[in-house]
Design a protein around this ligand. Structure first.
Ligand code: ZN
Length: 89
C-alpha cells in the first residue's frame, strides 16, 4: 500500500544516502585516529601490544578506559535510578 508521503524508491534512496554519510564520517574519523598509543594518554602506563592491535587508535589503558566508562555509566545511571525509585514509590 502506498503511504502517499513518499515513494518506496525515495525512502530507500534516503536510507542509502544516510548509510553513505555514516561510512564517510567513520572513514574520516578513523584516519586521524589511526595510530595506537604505546602509552596511556592519561596515566602513561604502557598499553599492551595485544590491546593496541585489538583496539585501533587506542589512547588509554584498560584501567583508564574502565574508569571513564564507570564515570559515564554513573552519569547515565542517575536518571535510570531516579525513574526506578519513582516506580517503587
Ligand atoms: Zn591509563
Amino acid at each position: 500500500m502506498a503511504g502517499g508521503w513518499a515513494k518506496d524508491g525515495a525512502v530507500s534512496e534516503q536510507i542509502e544516502a544516510s548509510i553513505g554519510d555514516e561510512l564517510a564520517r567513520l572513514k574520516a574519523r578513523r584516519q586521524p585516529v589511526g595510530e595506537s598509543f604505546t602509552h596511556c594518554a592519561e596515566c602513561e602506563e604502557p598499553i599492551p601490544e595485544a590491546r593496541r592491535k585489538a583496539v585501533p587508535g587506542v589512547k588509554l589503558c584498560v584501567d583508564c578506559v574502565s574508569e571513564r566508562d564507570a564515570r559515564v555509566q554513573q552519569r547515565g545511571g542517575i536518571n535510570r535510578r531516579a525513574s526506578k525509585d519513582s516506580q517503587l514509590k
